[in-house]
Ligand binder design. Structure first.
Ligand SMILES: Nc1ncnc2c1ncn2[C@@H]1O[C@H](COP(=O)(O)OP(=O)(O)OP(=O)(O)O)[C@@H](O)[C@H]1O
Ligand SMILES: [Mg+2]
Length: 330
């Protein structure tokens, strides 16, 4: 049983393709993550799925309803926590929730009961009656999550739920997200560019880059695909001969060069280090440092895109600056 089915979903802004033929399905009750750098197309995807933005082409069904022909049913079935805060700070937390519940035509008794429930869920009962302008960043985010839940949506979209929050608050919010996925049985799609967030929270993760899903699986399976362990050899100088010979070794699953680092995916990495160092010595390649670790989603991202997520973000920022410069010149 799927709560989300996306087929070839595409969004173009003039001749720029922000989301490029995305296809994926999310099962009922699943906690699914779209992980990608700034500008990858995460918010644009969420906006299309929540019917705020019309796709250029492709289709999607959310909670069984078509996002183009059955907008109202989709809207009734979903909750959305936007990337940009959208609370009324001159109202109290409870008033924000009341207002939202009224928009969904929830009757007075049911409204009171439900607001009490969601406030408890995100542990804001005691702060419910103070103005939101006096909330901390983490409390505001928790209130937004509570608001997304008041009307008991089948599907909840969380666009960067912990963006800009400190590590401790982030952990707390992760716990709420897990809890409401389990206890309220809500299907959740979240977007993030935090590797640890996707890793910790999500049943499955789709890595999105330049509008495309480059790979999709459970965090563990994504990491396993890289082949057990990651050995990083930092070379004084990149030697193509050495890199070629390493990549031809039987026990090497894949290699990647990043700056002067040779990143090698292998099984039983600790046993392979001496062989690799010997090879480097024979090839007269000076090794400045050696590192062995279990693959992280960062390694997965690098493997599939050839860049780290931070580099992707800064190259996106460069493109954006260039775009802005050209606009100003016009
Ligand atoms: N209304 C718009 N008009 C033109 N370009 C847009 C518009 N909305 C988004 N874009 C572009 O589409 C691309 C994807 O943007 P989107 O906001 O979906 O990225 P994102 O993955 O959510 O990034 P972030 O992590 O920064 O939130 C970006 O290059 C962005 O500049
Ligand atoms: Mg975004």
């Amino acid at each position: 049983m799927y709560d989300i089915k996306i087929k070839n979903l595409t969004k173009m802004f003039d001749d720029f393709t922000a989301v490029n033929r995305i296809s994926l399905s999310v099962k009922r009750g699943e906690l699914f993550g779209l992980l990608g750098p700034n500008g990858a197309g995460k918010t644009t995807t969420i906006n299309m799925l929540s019917t705020l933005l019309a796709p250029t082409s492709g289709t999607a069904k959310v909670a069984g309803y078509d996002i183009i022909n059955e907008k109202n049913q989709v809207r009734k079935s979903i909750g959305v926590v936007f990337q940009d805060p959208a609370l009324d700070t001159k109202l109290t937390g409870r008033e924000n929730l009341e207002f939202h519940a009224m928009m969904y035509n929830i009757k007075s008794n049911e409204r009171k009961r439900r607001i009490k429930e969601v406030l408890e869920l995100v542990e804001l009962t005691e702060k419910a009656d103070i103005l939101v302008e006096n909330y901390s960043g983490g409390m505001k985010r928790r209130l937004e999550i509570a608001r997304g839940l008041v009307h008991k949506p089948k599907v909840l979209f969380l666009d960067e739920p912990t963006l800009g929050l400190d590590a401790q608050t982030r952990r707390h919010i992760w716990d709420y997200i897990k809890k409401l996925n389990k206890e309220e049985k809500v299907t959740i799609i979240l977007t993030t560019h935090y590797m640890e967030e996707a890793d910790y929270l999500c049943d499955r993760v789709g890595i999105i880059d330049h509008g495309r899903i480059v790979t999709l699986d459970s965090p563990d399976d994504l990491k396993d695909r890289l082949g057990g362990d990651i050995i990083t050899l930092e070379m004084e100088r990149v030697s193509n001969n050495f890199v070629n010979s390493v990549s031809k070794l039987k026990f090497v699953k894949s290699t990647n060069i990043h700056n002067k680092k040779l990143i090698i995916a292998v099984k039983h990495g600790e046993k392979r280090i001496p062989d690799l160092i010997n090879m480097a010595l024979k090839s007269k390649v000076k090794i400045n440092s050696v590192n062995l670790h279990k693959p992280s989603l960062e390694d997965v991202f690098l493997h599939f895109t050839g860049k780290t997520i931070r580099e992707e973000e800064s190259s996106h920022a460069d493109r954006f600056r260039e775009f802005a410069r050209r606009r100003i010149r016009r």
